[in-house]
Structure formats: structure tokens, C-alpha cells
Design a protein. Structure first.
Length: 158
């Protein structure tokens, strides 16, 4: 049987469980048509390149499908009728890769990367803007010296 990858994006108003339910409906249609879903990946809530039906973000889901071509028109029709699905795309592929897709692999790399220490915060020109209180800084280079060290015996610096 031919292999397909189907990606659909759902509105950001729906929950992850509702997106999984949509994927389950697609899987049911595929099994009724004589195929099976080999791979299912939830890519999460991601930003869109442009607004689609007033949405700036959407839930992405990838399905790897092994089914005859006759089962797909009904799947595409049902995805088009579902109000929660903004867009869908189904393509034929040579093989379904069992490894995580590039989207999931990239997300894993981003989480593992550590931003690290960026150095001390420079002294600001203005206060914090919270009622005129001065910010206390524990770093040595910003710590104020006691008053008696700065002033001499007459109250003025020598």
C-alpha cells in the first residue's frame, strides 16, 4: 500500500486532547478504509507565519499513514469540514521515518541548549521606577562604603 504523511493545524482555542481526538477520527477513517496510522506526532502550539481565520497560533499534528489511495479523499473531506482544523496537507512519501521528525528534533535541541551566565547587570541611568526606592545591589563593585569611611573628622573629605 502507498505511504502518506498528513499534517493538519488546528485552532489555538482547542486543547491538546481535542487535537488528539481529531487525529483519532482520522485514524478511524483510515482503518475503515483498509489502512493504518503508523506514526503520530503532536508538534505543539506554534506560531503561524500569517493569520489564518484570525488565528496567530495553531496546534500542529503529523500522521504517518499506510493506506490505499481510496481512503484518503474521505479523510481530506472530513478535515475540511471540521471547524477546528485550519489547514491540512497530505503528501505521498516513499517511506515513513520512525525517528522523530525534524520539528521535534529541533525542539529538543533548543531545550538542551543552555543560555549561560551573561555577566553582571550594568548600573542603570534611572531607578527602577517603583516609588523612588533605590535598588540594593549585593555585588561588591556596587556596594556602598559606610559613611564614616568617606568622611573625615570634620565631616568633609580630606
Amino acid at each position: 500500500m502507498p505511504l502518506y504523511e498528513c499534517v493538519f493545524i488546528a485552532r489555538n482555542d482547542v486543547t491538546q486532547q481535542q487535537v488528539e481526538a481529531i487525529a483519532e477520527q482520522v485514524a478511524t477513517l483510515i482503518t475503515e478504509g483498509g489502512g493504518e496510522v503508523k506514526k503520530r506526532e503532536y508538534w505543539g502550539l506554534r506560531g503561524l507565519a500569517y493569520k489564518i481565520k484570525k488565528n496567530r497560533k495553531a496546534h500542529y499534528m503529523l500522521l504517518g499513514i499506510d493506506a490505499p489511495g481510496t481512503a484518503l479523499p474521505e479523510v481530506e473531506r472530513q478535515l475540511g469540514l471540521n471547524e477546528d482544523v485550519l489547514r491540512s496537507l497530505t503528501i505521498r512519501v516513499e517511506a515513513i521515518d520512525e525517528a522523530p521528525s525534524a520539528v521535534l528534533a529541533k525542539r529538543g535541541d533548543d531545550r538542551e541548549r543552555d543560555r549561560g551566565f551573561r555577566g553582571p547587570r550594568p548600573a542603570g541611568r534611572f531607578g527602577s521606577g517603583r516609588g523612588g526606592r533605590e535598588r540594593s545591589d549585593d555585588r561588591e563593585e556596587f556596594r556602598a562604603r559606610p559613611r564614616d569611611e568617606m568622611d573625615g573628622p570634620g565631616g568633609a573629605e580630606e
